[in-house]
Design a protein around this ligand. Structure first.
Ligand code: ADP
Length: 535
């Protein structure tokens, strides 16, 4: 695993000494002559090192046991354990096997001594009398070498620590799949999270292109495009469908970024992915719950209004029925007649309300509307004719373009919309003024408008009268109504994919209009016997 992490070339800053300065390199000087020791000390003293003196082989060995030395300078000729023996003992210890030794001798006792010294690991010989500069220079080289070696060792330890840290982060991140890709997009590192999320072991993915993780029909076009994007922008992220080893897809939030090498060269990509299926489901459940609460609140409000609106006509009917029941014989016929008329009117109002509400609830359930090709120029005159027969004496004038394209509609719905608008124009229009029905062509639709010269409506009123139970104060006594007719019209029009609106009419009165979508030319051919004949 360490090898795999090395590949990531991630850099983590670790302070090597944690603020404590490393001890300076130590140099051990061994000589039985105190004056030699003093002289050498004087030559070698320096701020970057610590000098330790010993006047016998035994003492030197004791020092060696107690710590590391950058260099040991050994006088060859000493009573007791001589320099060579001391060196031999030093070499036998594992910890000091490689410590450099510099032998100092008054005179070289022949080739044998020299070669013995070298065989004991002497790095050099110096002859007395010593040349201070040469001694200083040589010792300086070893002190430097020791320091650099120590630095490299500590950097290596740092790297090992950083690697261990990264490995634990990488492997501990089990909620995230983390993979390193080479420059060709092939997987080289695969963490425990990736194994858990995708189900593949490292061996199963190593060297394979990252496209294997994408649920992409276009032969890996998407992952290729993502890697290209990273090449240009340095990073790509988004939510994509992924594939598991056991089959089955899931949505993951994915980030791919450039994998920088310490040298600055592009070293491939880092791929991080997280399965967000559960997150998505929770979001959806929250949204559904919210919608349900909303719907419930709307239903509650609607029920409140409905019960209030139903109570008024019911109270009227009940009141009239009670007084008729109690005093039927004693009441003059015209009062009885008025009571019965009021009861009928309110019963009709109740009936209209119940029917409108049933229709609204039917539309609420969101069932499909059966639409058919309809010719407005044929359908609307029929509706107007029917209406005129029911409301005798109403003057309705038609202004309908004969070349209107067929529209996508449902004749029963259109019948209901136009009848409602006409009935309002009669109720709230000016007596004696004609009602106009105009049908014109729009770019992709047909517009039908019903215009009257009544009390009219303002722009502000026009925005709210389509809401259930909205009745304008000024029309309260003009006609009885439940305030549901326009709501029904709005729902019917939107079920057909059209729009409805109202505005004040120039010269007084109001204009109510709705649009129906024109049938596209390819479907128009099917129209055959176009609806419109229903009237
Ligand atoms: P209703 O006619 O039963 O009250 P509607 O939903 O059809 O219910 O109309 C809502 C309100 O809009 C009416 O009460 C009336 O105030 C206003 N309104 C509708 N049509 C017209 C119109 N042609 N002119 C003026 N006001 C109208």
């Amino acid at each position: 695993m360490i090898g795999m992490v090395r590949d990531l070339s991630l850099r983590v800053g670790v302070t090597p000494t944690d603020g404590v300065l490393p001890a300076p390199p130590r140099v051990l000087i061994v000589d039985d002559e105190p004056k030699n020791l003093v002289a050498m000390q004087a030559i070698l003293e320096g701020p970057d090192r610590e000098l330790v003196c010993a006047n016998s082989g035994e003492e030197a060995l004791r020092h060696v046991l107690n710590g590391d030395f950058a260099l040991i300078i050994l006088d060859v000729h000493m009573p007791g354990i001589d320099g060579f023996d001391t060196a031999e003992l030093i070499r036998q210890r594992e910890q000091t096997r490689d410590t450099p030794i510099l032998f100092i001798t008054a005179a070289v006792r022949g080739e044998f001594a020299v070669s013995r010294g070298y065989s004991l690991g002497a790095v050099d010989y110096l002859l007395r009398p010593l040349e201070p500069d040469v001694l200083r220079f040589k010792v300086g080289v070893f002190v430097d070498l020791y320091r650099k070696t120590a630095e490299i060792r500590s950097q290596a330890a740092e790297l090992a620590r950083a690697e261990a840290f990264l490995t634990s982060v990488l492997q501990g991140a089990t909620e995230h799949a983390i993979a390193a890709l080479d420059t060709a997009g092939r997987i080289v590192v695969w963490n425990e999270g990736a194994r858990r999320i995708y189900g593949y072991a490292h061996e199963a993915v190593a060297g394979r292109h990252v496209r294997m993780l994408f649920d992409d029909d276009a032969q890996g076009a998407l992952p290729q495009a993502l890697l290209k994007h990273v090449d240009r922008q340095g990073r790509a992220e988004g939510e994509f469908w992924q594939r598991r080893v056991a089959g089955g897809s899931f949505v993951a939030r994915i980030t791919i970024s450039r994998r920088e090498e310490a040298s600055g060269a592009g070293g491939g990509y880092v791929f991080v992915s997280r399965d967000i299926t559960a997150e998505r489901q929770a979001e959806q459940a929250r949204a559904e719950l919210y919608q349900l609460r909303e719907a419930n609140a709307i239903k509650d409000e609607f029920l409140g209004i409905v019960s209030h609106e139903l109570r008024t006509p019911l109270t009227m009917i009940l009141g009239n029925a009670q007084s008729l029941g109690a005093r039927f014989r004693s009441l003059p016929p015209d009062v009885v007649e008025e009571s019965l008329r009021e009861m009928t009117l309110n019963a009709r109002r109740l009936q209209a309300m119940v029917e409108s509400m049933l229709l609204l609830s039917h539309l609420e359930t969101g069932h499909d509307v059966e639409s058919e090709p309809v010719l407005v120029q044929r359908l609307v005159p029929g509706i107007v004719k029917d209406f005129g027969e029911a409301f005798e004496g109403v003057d309705i004038r038609l202004d309908i373009d004969g070349d209107l394209p067929p529209v996508e509609a449902n004749s029963t719905y259109v019948h209901q919309i136009v009848s409602n608008l006409l009935s309002n124009a009669v109720k709230y229009g000016a007596k004696g003024s004609p009602i106009e029905v105009v049908a014109t062509q729009l770019p992709d639709a047909v517009r039908v408008a019903v215009l009257d010269r009544g009390s009219g409506i303002t722009e502000e009123e026009a925005t709210r009268i389509f809401e259930p139970f909205t009745r304008l104060d000024r029309t309260q006594f003009q006609a009885a109504g439940a305030g549901l007719g326009l709501t029904v019209c709005k729902r019917l029009v939107s079920a057909l994919g059209g729009t409805i609106g109202a505005r004040p009419r120039e010269g007084g009165g109001s204009e109510f209009s709705f649009t129906l979508r024109a049938l596209d030319a390819s479907k128009a051919g099917v129209a055959g016997a176009l609806a419109g004949d229903i009237a």
